[in-house]
Design a binder for this molecule. Structure first.
Ligand code: NAD
Ligand code: UGA
Length: 331
């Protein structure tokens, strides 16, 4: 079957999403269910006991095509979860650059490296044809000029970035084994934002601060730049990564526009009509100066391009926040 861009696509009948209760994973679950797939969602956060997981999966849990499995991928039997899956979307992981130094590194390696190896071995065991892996723009480290293309040598600058690069390399190692049936598409996602964004991230924190929540801790000068990428565009890339008839690949998934933190705060002040109160803090180790995706390879191979401008995406995140946190909105 070809899509309207002429790219060959397979239909997904059955998909597994790891990290299903998280920010990006839950959007992916919703989109797959809307497209008619049967979805198994796996996460160590159980919506029965974890309020964030329950909110993120509110729509999916009532859908007849959805099954949720509460399990920790570092220890649980994995292969049985993947039986007859056309694709596994491996989005479970410990995210966040700044928290990855120190004591929590064991959790980063456990969830991002060890669990990824277990997921890949299970894909091999039950012959899953395609794994889509949530890699990270952080693998590039600091870029001095221009956009990062996938051929750029990674120079990760935080334990988190090292763990994500290790996960990506594991994907390629399994896909390259002669005996393996799994192909892997690793997507280097660039700073994802939108409704349900994790509470440690910039845009959600700045919106909450503007609406009367805690002041934003602004790390460094605010001149650091990010290629902020809307979650709905990321989900479309992930589905294209599973359904497009390509070999294993590493692809940048970014909006292709770099915006400074101070410019994001100005946009939020404009949208809300309120100032964003800030506490100036020292820059955090591992936080790179700038990210910017060269997204041409994802365009060529997946027929993917982002379609959400930053102000449009922030407006949607603002609408979601005011609908779900009325105490902040009325402060
Ligand atoms: P998130 O924390 O909202 O979601 C991750 C989910 O994975 C969580 O619900 C968590 O409970 C689950 N998880 C973690 N370890 C697990 C384990 N051992 N077993 C089972 N479940 C486990 O984070 P997110 O922002 O949605 O990120 C999703 C993925 O995308 C992560 O792998 C992250 O590294 C990657 N990523 C995120 C961004 C971004 O900007 N948000 C950018 C690049 C890459
Ligand atoms: C994001 C995700 O959190 C990582 O999990 C992901 O791997 C990474 O994108 C990626 O692109 O791969 P980050 O770019 O740090 O990491 O995204 P934000 O947390 O939104 O931070 C953006 C910028 O705002 C950073 O420079 C950060 O220092 C700054 N910031 C963030 C603050 O000044 N204050 C905050 O409270 C939060």
């Amino acid at each position: 079957m070809n899509d309207r861009h002429g790219v060959e696509r397979h239909r997904l009948k059955r998909a597994v999403v790891t990290g299903a209760a998280g920010f990006i994973g839950s959007h992916l679950v919703d989109a797959l269910l809307s497209a008619g797939a049967t979805v198994v969602g796996v996460d160590r956060r159980d919506p029965g006991t974890d309020p964030v997981a329950a909110t993120n999966l509110a729509d999916a849990l009532g859908h007849p095509g959805f099954t949720f499995v509460a399990a920790d991928l570092r220890t649980c039997p994995v292969a049985a979860l993947f039986l007859q899956a056309d694709a596994v979307f491996h989005f479970a992981g410990m995210p966040g650059v700044r928290g990855s130094w120190g004591e929590r590194f064991a959790e980063y390696t456990g969830c991002n490296v060890f669990a990824t190896e277990r997921v890949l071995a299970a894909c091999e065991d039950v012959r899953v044809p395609r794994l889509v892996y949530a890699s990270s723009s952080s693998v590039y480290g600091t870029i001095r000029e221009g956009a990062s293309g996938e051929q750029r040598t990674p120079t990760p600058e935080s334990p988190y970035a090292v763990s994500k690069l290790a996960g990506e390399q594991l994907c390629l190692a399994h896909a390259g084994k002669a005996s393996s049936a799994v192909t892997a598409v690793a997507l280097r996602l660039f700073t994802v934002y939108g409704p349900r964004q994790r509470p440690d991230m910039l845009i959600g924190r700045a919106l909450a601060a503007a609406l009367g929540g805690a002041a934003l801790n602004l790390y460094g000068s605010g001149d650091q730049r990010r290629d902020f990428t809307y979650v709905g565009d990321v989900v479309q890339a992930a589905i294209a990564g599973a359904t497009t008839g390509i070999e294993s690949a590493v692809l940048n998934i970014g909006a292709g526009v770099s915006t400074s933190v101070l410019d994001v705060l100005a946009a939020i002040e404009e949208l809300t009509g309120r100032p964003v109160p800030v506490n100036r803090m020292p820059a955090k180790p591992g936080d790179v100066d700038a990210t910017l995706a060269d997204r041409s390879r994802a365009g060529e191979l997946l027929g993917w391009k982002p379609c959400t401008a930053l102000v449009q995406g922030i407006s949607r995140q603002l609408a979601h926040l005011t609908a779900n946190s009325p105490q902040i909105a009325s402060a």
